[in-house]
Design a protein around this ligand. Structure first.
Ligand code: ADP
Ligand code: MG
Ligand code: ZN
Length: 196
């Protein structure tokens, strides 16, 4: 299929599930196919450096840090790119949807990676709208740090605070299966709370 109609691919799942790794892999394959690529990530992901997509597996790829999705449309290196990758998409505001639609209208392949849920299990940012608009979805899973089963949830370790956006890694968060995530939330809430 030629790319003239645009295509939206969404890679989503909990922390440590390989979202950034998969995004980098797809961008690399596009480069092998001699497509011009451009990579972006939200600037609040400052775990490693301003200008890289960072993975927990120490893979890195160059990416421009931006704080609004408008900047993606304005960026010099997106102008000529056929394939555009956006990491940490959950941190962008509503304008991400509009920017992605503009890129799709221009026939671009847009690959977005981001958390589907926050550590409270709530839909994260504008990911729901992107999931609904996707031509292809890829749900990544991690390994539950309690029992070793497949993990679909992100657990915020106790004593870390309650704001939704808290950028961090292994010290603050761990991947858990639903059962171990629920058990952790019940333990946090205390006895008698959360039973129904
Ligand atoms: P994401 O972008 O989804 O957070 P990354 O691509 O950055 O994921 O990192 C995935 C890597 O994290 C794995 O390849 C593995 O080396 C490492 N890792 C650390 N903890 C876990 C875990 N609980 N389950 C799976 N992978 C983990
Ligand atoms: Mg990542
Ligand atoms: Zn588990």
């Amino acid at each position: 299929m030629s790319g003239s109609a645009g295509r939206l691919e969404v890679i989503t799942g909990p922390m440590f599930s390989g979202k950034s790794t998969e995004l980098l892999r797809r961008l690399r394959l596009a480069q092998v196919a001699r497509k011009k690529t451009a990579a972006f990530k939200h600037a609040s992901d400052v775990r490693y450096s301003d200008d890289q997509i960072a993975t927990h597996a120490e893979q890195r790829g160059w990416a421009m840090g931006v704080s609004t999705a408008r900047e993606i449309l304005e960026a010099w290196h997106a102008r000529g790119a056929q394939v555009i990758g956006i990491d940490e998409a959950q941190f962008f505001g509503e304008e991400l949807i509009e920017s992605v639609e503009v890129l799709l209208q221009r026939g671009r392949r847009v690959i977005v990676a981001g958390l589907n849920q926050d550590s409270f299990g709530r839909p994260f940012g504008h990911m729901p709208e992107l999931l609904a608009r996707a031509d292809a979805l890829f749900l990544t899973t991690a390994v539950c740090m309690v029992c070793g089963d497949e993990a679909t949830k992100t657990f915020r370790k106790p004593g870390i605070g309650s704001q939704q956006v808290l950028v961090g890694a292994e010290q603050e968060y761990e991947a858990r299966c639903r059962a171990c995530w629920v058990a952790g939330e019940r333990a946090r809430a205390g006895p008698g709370d959360g039973d129904f």
